[in-house]
Every structure is written in C-alpha cells, then in structure tokens.
Design a protein around this ligand. Structure first.
Ligand code: SF4
Ligand code: SF4
Length: 438
C-alpha cells in the first residue's frame, strides 16, 4: 500500500505506541461504584432522570438529552443510585453526576444478543436509535452523532471520511478496535452511509497502523464494499479534521466553517463501531476503549471500560505504578489535559489516560523568542504563532483575533518545536476561551 501526500506543517513526536502495541483489548473489572457525569458531550447537559434510592437496570436511561445539541446518558451497571453529586472531569470542568452502586443482575452482560439485519430498518429509525443510544464522536470531540448525520436540506455529502489516524503519541485505542472489530466498524460505516448517502467513502489511516489498514482492506474486498483506504504519512496533528481532509482530498475547509461546507462529513472509526452496536444490537454507549499508558505505569494496557469507572480502579488493573507519575493526562500528550484526582471517572471522551514520568515531560525554562520561525513552519493551520502570542501577551485580543487566533486547533505543535520553550498553545487556549466568552 502506497502512502499519500499530507498536509503542510506538523511535527513528529516520538510515537510511544510500543508501550501497549503487543497486547489485545482487555476487559476491565466492573466498577463497584460508577460515577456518571450528565455532560459527556458537546452541548447542553442531559437532564437527570433519577434520584438517590432508585434501583437502576444496566443500560437504563438516566440522563435525557436537552435541546438540539445534547446526548442521552445511560447507566453502565445495574444498581442503586446513592448520590447525585458534582465531579471534575478529566478535561477540567465540574459536572453533575449520578453515583450508582453495583447490585442486581445484568440485562446484557453474559447474554450474547443476535445482531439485527439493520438493512431492514428505515432511515428515520436508524437515526433515532443513534440518538436514543447517546452516541457521540469518540475521537475526543464528543459531538452528538445524530446531529452530525442529519444532513441539512440542500446539503450533499461528497466525501465521507473516517478518521482512523490516532496521531497522538501513546494512544492505541482506535488501532486495537480496527484489529479486533473490523467487520463491526465496516458495518457501522455502511449504516452511516445509508443516512448521509456519500459519493465516496474513505478511511484515513496512518502508515504506522499498516496491519490494521491491510486487515480493513482485505475485509472490504471480501465483503465487496465500496470503501477506499487512504494510507497517510505519519505526522501530528493529522487527526485534526481540517488537516485530515486536506491530506485526503486536498481541499481546505474555509476559516470558521464546518467540513460540510466543502461536502465532507467525517467521523472517528470507533464512533462507527458504536453506531453499529446502537443500531444492530440496540446497545447504548455505556463503555469505551481506553489506552492506559506512560512510563510511570507498571503494565500499560488497552482496556474496555464501563463509563463511570474511576481511573484509580484502572491503575490497579495495570499493576499500579513503577514510579510516582509526575503528570497524569486525559487524552494524548499534545492535546490532552492534565488532572490529579485519580477518582475522576472515565467518560465518553476518555480515549486514554497517560501517567508520565518527570523524564517524559519537557521542563526546560522559558526564554525570550529568538525569531527562529520554527513555530511558523510547524503550524498546520498556516498561522504565525509568534505574532498571535505577542498580541495576547500585550492583552491585545482584537489583534490576536485578526491574526487567526480562532483558526488555531490547539494542537501544540508550535510549543513543541519552540527552542525557547514558550508555552504558546497554553496562552492560545486562554485567549480563545476569553474570545468565546466575549
Ligand atoms: S498556532 Fe495553534 S494550530 Fe498552529 S501550531 Fe500552534 S497550537 Fe497548533
Ligand atoms: S519557535 Fe519560539 S523562539 Fe522560534 S519564532 Fe516561534 S516563538 Fe519565537
């Protein structure tokens, strides 16, 4: 398989995927107490449908989506609601959460269900199943899938791009899903295609996942599906949707617009699996694959985890720590967020948890800008990070906006290459938040 050209800019941080690459997905133990936040998606929090003392079934709806952009929340375990509380999520915000103590019997666990022939299900029912199952983008964006797959009138999907890039170092969740569930993923792609009717379907995958790419290609041929594989050069941040689109079809999404503006819908490969389960098995989103990695962890693993499981229980699954982590990160090392409360629960967006040692983190002191231009070369969005940085440093937000602050995808490539260790992306995140508030 030949690799394709790629987007401009980007960087090549060490992959670190070898920490987990030799294993297979292991199922984590069920949590004795699941902490289930009512907002695990972009949009309005779900409305809580339960109260302390209620007895809950596995997969019962406990949070009802509110408004157009929102998603349902289901219980990952059967049990008793012991508390409605507030928890900090791995990516920072405080959220209302339902705490369920495990008790009673399971509806699905241990009972294999026969997949339905989804081809006999009408499109409106398929969309409704995706919506009622609380499916959101599992690549990190957590945008409610039923909204993404409802084409507005007059819009046509020319290219349906499936994001199987997983370009962040350490993360292996999507890779393992493709190796272990290729047929379910391909069926998920077919299900979504019946809704959005794309002219072309392309799976974008980086060349460091050649085994997964070959397996998908083989199954596509055997199943006689009209799906292409685009094998891409390894480069960060290829998983950012605008970069992926540029790499695959050579078109740019205009500033401030969505991919559909140029006829593209893209979704993460694990989301396709979740869509398959929702439609063919009537299974809501109550579990996900999480990469547990980093040099501080004794046995890094890729785990299938029930939503709501506290991270502390997953650390035990991985044999505890070899050494005390210097930093714990939810997500990848470049775009993830650090947090310290190990009782933080896994939510729909938790693609990985990294336990990094002091050695794995750059702690060199910040210096003055030497005008080397390395940040400009690295920026995949064609921005001049040093100009934006100077504007924000002087608290000139309008200047920063004029120089493209809102086009920044917060990938951190500029900070990574900066020889003066200027925390460019940290300042951009603060500036973008401030601009959104205003
Ligand atoms: S300016 Fe934004 S998009 Fe450009 S490299 Fe820096 S973080 Fe990435
Ligand atoms: S990489 Fe750092 S030192 Fe070089 S121009 Fe950019 S901000 Fe300045």
């Amino acid at each position: 398989m030949k690799t394709m050209a790629t987007f401009k800019g980007g960087i090549h941080p060490p992959g670190k995927k070898d920490l987990t690459v030799s294993g297979s997905i292991e199922t984590a133990a069920l949590p004795n107490k699941a902490i289930i936040p009512l907002v695990q998606h972009i949009g309005a929090p779900a409305e809580c449908l339960v109260k302390p003392g209620d007895i809950i079934e596995e997969e019962q709806l406990i949070g009802q989506a509110q408004g157009f952009i929102s998603a349902n929340i289901h219980s990952p375990i059967p049990g008793k609601v012991i508390e409605i509380t507030q928890v900090y999520l791995g990516h920072g915000p405080l959220a209302d959460a339902v705490v369920i103590e495990l008790e009673g019997s399971f509806k699905r666990l241990g009972n294999a269900s026969e997949p339905k022939n989804w081809k006999e299900i009408p499109n409106d029912e398929i969309l409704n199943k995706i919506k009622s199952s609380g499916i959101v983008g599992l690549g990190g964006a957590t945008f409610p899938s039923h909204v993404k797959f409802s084409l507005p009138p007059g819009k046509v999907c020319e290219n349906f791009i499936i994001n199987a890039v997983e370009c962040e170092s350490y993360l292996n969740s999507d890779n393992f899903m493709m190796l272990e569930h290729p047929d379910e993923i391909l069926q998920g792609i077919e299900i979504i295609s019946t809704l959005i009717k794309p002219k072309k379907v392309i799976i974008g995958i980086e060349a460091n996942k050649l085994k997964a790419a070959k397996l998908l290609k083989k199954r596509i041929a055997e199943l006689n599906l009209d799906i292409q594989i685009a094998l891409l050069k390894v480069k960060y941040p290829q998983g950012a949707e605008k970069n992926l689109i540029k790499a695959i079809i050579g078109k740019e999404v205009p500033s401030g617009k969505l991919p559909l503006e140029i006829g593209v819908i893209n979704t993460n490969v694990s989301t396709c699996f979740a869509v398959y389960e929702a439609v063919a098995l009537d299974k809501p989103l109550v579990e996900r694959i999480v990469t547990m990695s980093g040099e501080a962890l004794r046995n890094p693993k890729v785990l299938k985890v029930r939503i709501g499981t506290p991270i502390s229980e997953l650390i035990e699954e991985c044999g505890g720590f070899k050494e005390k982590p210097f930093k714990v990160v939810s997500g990848g090392p470049m775009m993830g967020t650090s947090f310290f409360d190990l009782n933080t629960p896994v939510i729909k967006s938790t693609s990985g948890i990294l336990f990094l040692t002091e050695k794995e983190i750059n702690q060199d002191k910040m210096d003055s800008c030497v005008s080397c231009g390395k940040c400009i070369t690295a920026c995949p969005m064609g921005l001049n990070p040093t100009t934006i940085y100077k504007a924000l440093d002087f608290e000139l937000l309008p200047e920063a906006l004029n120089t493209g602050l809102m086009d920044c995808v917060e990938c951190g490539s500029c900070s990574y290459v900066c020889p003066s260790n200027i925390p460019l992306v940290s300042l951009f995140k603060v500036g973008r938040n401030e601009a959104r508030k205003k």
